[in-house]
Design a protein around this ligand. Structure first.
Ligand code: FE2
Length: 450
């Protein structure tokens, strides 16, 4: 459910401007002195708004189509209780334009609005209002997505950078659970570095019958709903005989991501270290986005091949047959406004679950692309396996790592059992969350606390 959107009560205090006619002619007009927005022009294509604020003065031409589509007229364009749209974009007339001169109006609480009466059947006599804040937000590319995607806050790291961020990525369980600000900081760290650690979790009781007594569930539910998979809602990472997954052996586990054979792999993975006194078994993490940007800069042709040739991933075992193809690197269709280059959306690397390539099995004029691909994957693997680009630690018992499974690669050193009872068991409890669930919580806390 969307939150209730309140339509402001607007009063035209005064705002008769002498404005251009629909044929585009222009004549002199006066303005509301204190208004941060002024109408410079309007015609059959757009309405030209001049902004005057601390950023200086600039003019944006908003298309009539965009403004009509963004209309929030209650019971006509937007349902007032759900905030959901009541019309489809396809219903907007191709030649939509104001039926009469648009105006700047001021609400009783002093906010300024652009007021338009559209020449659309069904809207005759109705007034669409657009706040100065809304117009300002949509006039600047980077502001439109602020509070929604948080890409600008990501920091690609190597060993040195993540080691320096120790304070930023470590949280006390109690603070994470009880303090709104600490919890928000943990969410921001997951977005920024792709991982954080929750420490000093109370001792887990092992004979609890009810799953809601698992601390990992409490940590996950603080963010949102757990993503259930064929491993269950919660899963155990323990060594077992004849394991169907190499994670359940005591062998070295290479850097990888989980569940890439799903159409929508989970966004976050949580691992709660309950017993970890065996010898070795350190966890290793690496930032794949850093590796991808490195390749893009060093060898653009190889980078292109890595975004083009799909890798087949599968889990064909134990009565299951999951299968999905995806390239190593996937970019967003939008660009980072500060660098002008495309934003990396996700990386897909999980060698243990790779199936034979579907594309590239037969050479069909793709020879060069395959060579580029092989060069690229070598660059990628050399980068992520270089200890100067890794973060390695032996997870303390009663701590939990939360990491971005679409960005941060994880691995585990081999481990050996010792003599004592404590040294004969390694037990991590895990679960997943979807990216949507995490991003929703991050946006909500950004609105609430930023
Ligand atoms: Fe894994």
């Amino acid at each position: 459910m969307l939150r209730h959107i309140t339509r402001p009560k607007a009063k035209v205090i005064w705002s008769r401007f002498s404005l251009p006619r629909l044929d585009g002619s222009f004549s002199k007009y006066s303005n509301l002195v204190s208004s941060p927005i002024k109408i410079k022009d309007y015609n059959s294509s757009y309405i030209s708004i001049e902004f005057q604020d601390s950023d200086g003065s600039n003019v944006t031409n908003f298309s009539n189509f965009f403004l009509r589509d963004s209309c929030s007229l209650h019971n006509i364009s937007i349902d007032p209780s759900s905030g959901q749209k009541l019309f489809t974009t396809g219903k907007i007339p191709t030649d939509i334009k104001p039926a009469k001169e648009p105006l700047i109006v001021q609400s009783e609480n002093g906010d300024f609005f652009l007021k338009i009466q559209w020449d659309e059947v069904g809207l005759i006599g109705k007034e669409s209002l657009y706040s100065a804040d809304f117009l300002k937000k949509y006039s600047v590319f980077e502001k439109r997505r602020r509070g929604k995607v948080f890409y600008q806050d990501k920091l690609f790291w190597d060993h040195q950078a993540i080691s320096k961020a120790s304070q930023e990525i470590n949280f006390n369980y109690k603070d994470y659970m009880d303090n709104e600000n600490d919890f928000f900081c943990a969410l921001k760290s997951i977005n920024k570095y792709g991982l954080c650690f929750i420490n000093n979790i109370p001792q887990q009781l092992f004979n609890s019958g009810s799953s809601n007594e698992w601390f990992i569930e409490k940590i996950a539910n603080r963010i949102g709903y757990i993503r259930e998979t064929f491993y269950g809602k919660l899963f155990d990472v323990k060594s077992i005989p004849d394991a169907k997954n190499i994670a359940y052996t005591n062998n070295f586990l290479p850097l990888h991501m989980d569940l890439l054979y799903y159409e929508a792999p989970p966004g976050l993975q949580l691992l709660h270290s309950i017993k970890n006194k065996t010898f070795g078994g350190e966890n290793i993490f690496a930032d794949s986005f850093h590796a991808a940007t490195y390749i893009k800069e060093k060898d653009p042709q190889a980078f292109l091949a890595l975004t083009t040739i799909p890798i087949a991933y599968q889990y064909h075992n134990d009565g299951e047959f999951y299968y999905y193809e995806r390239p190593l690197i996937v970019e967003h269709d939008t660009v980072d406004y500060s660098t002008g280059s495309q934003i990396i959306k996700e990386v897909n690397y999980s060698p243990p679950f790779q199936a034979p390539f579907e594309s590239g099995s037969v050479v069909e004029g793709k020879g060069d692309l395959l060579k580029d691909y092989i060069r690229g994957i070598k660059l990628f693997e050399n980068f992520i396996n270089d200890p100067t680009n890794q973060y390695q630690l032996k997870m303390q018992e009663n701590s939990c790592v939360i990491f971005d499974n679409r960005r941060v690669l994880h691995s585990r050193n081999a481990f050996e059992y010792g003599e004592s009872k404590d040294q004969q068991e390694r037990w991590l409890k895990g679960c997943y969350l979807d990216t949507d669930t995490f991003m929703s919580r991050l946006r909500v806390y950004h609105e609430k606390l930023n």
